[in-house]
Design a protein. Structure first.
Length: 304
């Protein structure tokens, strides 16, 4: 499966300027429908709909459409209907005129003082009636579906770019781990030689003898220090986390949360490596690791 980013934008519309569909057979009075979908990163799937009154009844269907393909991200859906019928003038049908005349007669029977409908009133009511009779459900889902497909394509392209950047950072981190590996036995040996040198100096100052308890304590301290500066275990865990991240990037799909957890683990191991460092070169390697891991964290936060 591909890797998806959570950021993207897509739009679509019906009619001659947009996608070709059955919506073009709709009477001119119905107008043109447009849909925009924007998406940014978020811990969970957060859907927001900004719909005009005539489309609000279809929000549930839109929500089902989006949740079928999107798993994470803050997503905003905007839809609008533009009236393109004869510069906005809708010619009322004979049936509508008859109905308006009957309604007007009934109202005047009860309210003799009520004014009669003007031409502007009739045109306004005709436009409202046309919009009310129009069922945008199928067209809205069709246009939104095409916009969603375009959004998924945009998120996939951005996801591929992020995955490529992460793979480059993985290679750099592996190179740093390889640099640190040979330093470990050298550091342990250096500390052992330093301890023996100081031990011999202490023996010389005391005439060659030390209490047995003091000797045991010195050996214990030397052993503990050697363990503290040995970061071989941290390097092993770093390699393990790097392998898992690489596996997830190849697998694709909904991997963002898992990647975020692994980045935290990488950061923890790099911090431990720096705190246990007993050499300037190892400290530099730890700092370089943390810089790369922080860059990876920013990229992973955009992956679904």
């Amino acid at each position: 499966m591909p890797v998806y980013s959570m950021t993207g934008y897509a739009s679509g519309q019906n009619g001659p300027a947009g996608s070709h569909s059955e919506a073009e057979a709709r009477p001119a009075a119905a107008g043109r429908l447009g849909v925009e979908i924007r998406s940014v990163n978020s811990r969970f799937l957060d859907l927001t709909f900004k719909l005009p009154e005539e489309l609000r009844q279809h929000e549930t269907a839109l929500r089902e459409l989006l949740t079928g393909k999107l798993k994470r991200g803050k997503v905003e859906v905007r839809a609008a209907v533009e009236n393109t019928a004869q510069a906005g003038v809708v010619e009322p049908s004979v049936k509508l005129l008859q109905r308006l005349n009957g309604v007007q007669d009934g109202i005047k029977a009860w309210l003799p003082g009520a004014r009669e409908l003007s031409v502007a009133d009739v045109l306004r009511l005709a436009g409202g009636d046309s919009a009310a009779r129009g069922d945008w459900g199928s067209d809205l889902l069709e246009v939104a579906g095409k916009a969603l497909d375009a959004l998924m394509s945009a998120r996939q392209r951005e996801g591929a770019r992020l995955a490529k950047m992460l793979e480059a950072h993985l290679a750099q981190l592996r190179a740093l781990v390889e640099q640190a590996g040979p330093l470990i036995p050298q550091l342990v040996e250096q500390q052992r030689a330093r301890f023996l040198e100081r031990w011999q100096e202490a023996m010389g100052l005391t005439g060659g003898t030390l209490p047995e308890a003091a000797q045991d304590r010195a050996l214990t301290e030397a052993t503990a220090f050697a363990i503290r500066i040995d970061v071989a275990e941290e390097l092993t865990r770093l390699n393990s986390h790097l392998d898992e991240i690489e596996r997830l990037l190849k697998k694709g799909g909904e991997i963002g949360k898992r990647l975020d957890f692994l980045i935290q683990e990488l950061h923890r191991e790099a911090n431990t490596l720096g705190s246990k460092s007993a050499a300037l070169e190892l400290t530099r390697i730890g700092v370089d690791m943390k810089v790369l891991i922080e860059q990876m964290r920013e990229q992973v936060q955009n992956i679904e």
